[in-house]
Design a protein around this ligand. Structure first.
Ligand code: SF4
Length: 466
């Protein structure tokens, strides 16, 4: 019999023992289960990180974290103890193990992980790379697809991910990125969003996001979702929360479970599908506590809990790592693997990103192991186009790493004669993955990203980069 590239074995989830970390040595199980305790003991800077790990990690590691925060980091540090505890889960961490750990690599970035100098960012990398702000129908409500909207209710999360695509807006400013701030007050913005949706019956699907809805007072979230459920045209509501994994304690609180039970009952009564979407990138992050929180949501009556992961080099970009993740989610926690995104072309992300070709290979390698409904689609979120399956590319210049995509619809707020379908839009592979001729082509344009973007676009059909 031929050898299988991936050998499936059922694995039990493991909650790593937090007492192996000096700073959590005396923390009781009751404290650990408390969302309040978790939030109060988040690591927000290197000093607090040192308090958790003490002498387990070298000074060089702490200096590397500090250098990243002072230099290229687009997101500030924010790590709940639950998230930290999933790094090097099976041993007492040392510096080498921390440096190599997949969760550390994306949740606790260090300067030495990034590519040096200008290579750290793609020449065409931009803040708000998906141009969501341009598609705000009202502040924070992105109307990009004909029938779907994204409602950014807030701009904070209980944890900050190094590669965040909304680095423009989400979290605290860093030396590299002064964050934008919403102009209107939250209550005014939420009301304006609801007014827009009441007046726009072509929208049937609302992603309620941020940021992370776990940072909203539950009463505010419940009021917003309840109002959505009163709108006749809304048929799908999806709540986005990475905290379901990063801070499951939040979703296990009695008032949250009770509130979700009320919302799910109303949704069911109205025939609306209420789901929770989360963001898990590594199998070791799916712990028994995460599974308990997911099951609490399913028991509360939400239709499904789905995962939207991001392909990140050094974290999960092998088929075995992705299959381990998918089986941990599906078998261990009852989460449906849904999407795996190519990382967006934001500043400082080149060391994480993979090429479209690598994404296509990973999609092929995942086929046949999972049930069809739980086989994640590897997608590219193409600016001005939307999410597209990686094999839907219209044209692909492998030498320069430029893929061309054709919009199938105008954005939700585009004028009728926008001509979107005639355009092609672009996505860029990381330059360091290209053959030498392609790298040389980009080097000649380095330092002038606008010219680089224009040159890339002009070499085929006009793109919106012009
Ligand atoms: S949880 Fe989502 S929105 Fe928040 S920092 Fe991470 S990727 Fe960004």
């Amino acid at each position: 019999m031929l050898e299988q590239p991936y050998e499936y074995t059922a694995r039990a989830l493991v909650e790593p023992d937090w007492r192996r970390l000096p700073g959590f040595a005396d923390v009781t199980a009751q404290q650990w289960r408390s969302a309040q305790w978790q939030r109060a003991h988040c690591v927000k800077d290197v000093r607090q990180l040192q308090r958790v790990y003490g002498d387990l990690l070298d000074g060089s590691f702490y200096a590397d974290v500090a250098a990243d925060q002072a230099g290229r980091a687009t997101m500030s540090l924010l790590l709940p103890p639950q998230m930290l505890n999933t790094m090097v889960p099976a041993a007492v961490p040392d510096t080498a193990a921390m440096r190599a750990d997949p969760v550390r690599r994306y949740m606790l970035p260090v300067a030495s992980d990034r590519l040096p100098g200008a290579a750290a960012s793609h020449p065409c990398a931009v803040r708000d790379s998906l141009h969501e702000h341009e598609m705000w129908a009202v502040e924070g409500l992105t109307h990009r697809y004909p029938t779907k909207v994204l409602a950014e209710l807030l701009a904070t999360c209980p944890q900050y991910c190094g590669h965040c695509t909304r680095m423009d807006l989400v979290g605290n400013s860093t030396p590299a990125v002064a964050k934008l701030r919403f102009a209107a007050k939250p209550a005014e913005r939420h009301a304006a969003m609801l007014d827009y949706l009441r007046a726009t019956p072509s929208v049937r699907d609302v992603v309620v996001s941020g940021g992370d809805v776990a940072n909203l007072p539950f009463g505010t979230l419940e009021a917003f979702v309840s109002a959505l459920l009163q709108i006749e045209s809304v048929r799908d509501v999806r709540l986005a929360s990475k905290a379901l994994m990063g801070l499951p304690q939040h979703w296990l609180q009695d008032d949250v479970v009770a509130g979700m039970t009320r919302l799910a009952a109303t949704a069911r009564q109205r025939g609306v599908s209420l789901a929770v979407h989360t963001h898990v990138n590594a199998a070791q992050q799916v712990t028994p506590l995460v599974a308990e929180a997911v099951r609490a949501m399913l028991a509360a009556g939400v239709r499904d809990v789905r995962n939207q992961g991001v392909l990140l080099r050094g974290v999960n970009t092998t088929a075995p790592a992705l299959l381990d993740l998918c089986f941990a989610l599906l078998d261990g926690a009852g989460v449906t693997p849904y999407y795996l995104y190519l990382c967006d072309v934001v500043p400082g992300a080149e060391h994480w990103r993979v090429s479209l070709a690598e994404g296509q290979t990973l999609q092929a390698d995942l086929m046949g192991y999972l049930p069809g409904f739980a086989t994640p689609r590897v997608v590219c979120d193409v600016p001005y186009v939307g999410k597209r399956w990686v094999h839907q590319v219209a044209e692909y210049d492998r030498e320069r790493g430029i893929s061309y995509w054709t919009p199938t619809h105008p954005t939700g707020i585009a004028p009728a004669d926008d001509g979107a379908r005639a355009r092609r839009c672009t996505y860029y592979d990381p330059v360091h993955t290209l053959p030498e001729s392609g790298r040389a082509w980009w080097r000649a344009r380095q330092g002038d990203p606008v010219a680089a973007g224009r040159a890339a676009a002009a070499s085929r059909v006009a793109s919106l980069a012009d």
